[in-house]
Design a protein around this ligand. Structure first.
Ligand code: GLY
Length: 375
């Protein structure tokens, strides 16, 4: 039983016997031992983190866990998406064996999206499933990837194509950890925060319009409030549709376009959130083209908030017409393709989206072209 102090927010992901809490509070990292000891006992813990994050936060986490009687090991890997491979997972499984991590053990993912996905996948497979705790250290991981159980690695065939659903026992979010984030990465995370307003929560979008400067300045109270609201929305989607058979796909708003941009630019030019920001603009253009968008203000409000978050509004290319054709082709390879049809999540009005399958190919090309500019 986790005792909540007033400064703490607890959000439950309701999934029957796999339900778990998301706990949000400044300074939580130093209390991880007490919080986790109550549910996990005093077994062996393996912290998995990249070298940069480990240098910042592994020691305070380790001390907190050891003070509560846990035996703690740390395994690190080089930072970056390149580490999300089966080879790296194999190395970590060897480490699990070396540390004698048995079924009473726990893996703690300490880091951003790459760490959560990789460590989660290692936990999902080792001994057919070990307990997992997510401690996200980036905005993107706090508002999205640490919640909901998607884990995996990349392969030559594509990103995240090898993976498993592995719900954690608990997600511990300490917004103070965001202080060490690079500005550009932090702002890219705000694209996902904006996304929640468009897909599900018009008042939250309006709240962001009022508090954009505080969020940009990483004001602790504003950040904690935004993270909590994103987690509430995400928890509701996951509880309704854990394995993305239906409504959970709405979380992919902007992502079908964004993934095509990431593929076209070889994952080197845009951060994920930046590509998703461009993708949300393109989704609004497609919704307009299809006559789905019934809110004349939405696209302009979305653009203004993206601009206030300093996210790119246009993607500059030498030949926009040719690029739009190529990008539309990439969509057909997207993971969200079902029965050969690409699914697009499109805004209907602020706080409401619809799924559209296989729209007219020319409209998709036009939607891409709407945010492309000639060099
Ligand atoms: N990142 C989208 C999801 O977890 O479903």
């Amino acid at each position: 039983m986790v005792v909540m102090t007033p400064a703490r927010t607890r959000i439950d992901v309701t999934l029957g016997e796999r339900s778990y809490p998301i706990i949000i509070a400044p300074g939580l990292l130093a209390e991880a031992g007490t919080l986790l000891g109550e549910t996990l006992g005093t077994g062996t813990v393996l912290i998995i983190s990249d070298e940069r994050v480990a240098g910042l936060y592994a020691q305070p986490l380790r001390s907190s866990l050891e003070r509560c009687g846990m035996r703690v090991h740390l395994e690190t890997f080089p930072p970056g998406e390149e580490a999300k491979t089966l080879d790296q997972a194999s190395r970590l499984w060897q480490a699990c064996a070396g540390h004698r991590l048995d079924r009473c053990g726990v893996i703690v993912a300490l880091g951003g999206g790459v760490t959560g996905d990789l460590a989660g996948f290692v936990a999902a497979c080792w001994m057919r499933g070990l307990r997992l705790v997510q401690i996200p250290t980036t905005l993107l991981a706090m508002v999205d990837s640490s919640v909901g159980g998607k884990t995996g690695v990349n392969s030559p065939a594509g990103k995240n194509l090898i993976g498993a659903f592995k719900q954690p026992q608990c997600v511990l979010i300490d917004p103070e950890l965001l202080r060490s984030m690079d500005d550009r990465e932090y702002r890219a995370g705000l694209a996902e925060v904006l996304k929640y307003g468009v897909i599900r929560d018009a008042p939250f979008f309006a709240w962001q319009e009022e508090h954009a400067e505080e969020l940009l300045a990483r004001d602790p109270a504003a950040v904690a409030q935004a993270v909590a609201q994103c987690c509430r929305i995400k928890a509701a989607y996951v509880a309704a549709d854990e394995t993305e058979q239906g409504v959970r796909a709405e979380l992919n708003y902007g992502h079908t376009f964004g993934h095509a941009i990431e593929l076209e630019t070889k994952y080197a030019r845009y951060l994920h959130g930046e590509a998703v920001g461009l993708g949300m603009r393109m989704a609004a253009a497609l919704a307009t083209g299809l006559g789905v968008l019934g809110d004349g203000d939405l696209a302009a409000r979305q653009d203004r908030l993206l601009a206030r978050y300093h996210l790119p509004l246009t993607y500059t290319v030498a030949d926009p017409a040719a690029a739009a054709q190529r990008l539309a082709g990439h969509c057909r390879l997207d993971k969200k393709v079902a029965h050969g049809r690409t699914r697009f999540i499109l805004p209907r009005r602020m706080g409401e989206v619809v799924t559209h399958e296989a729209p007219d190919a020319a409209l998709v090309v036009e939607a891409f072209a709407s945010a492309l500019r000639g060099a």
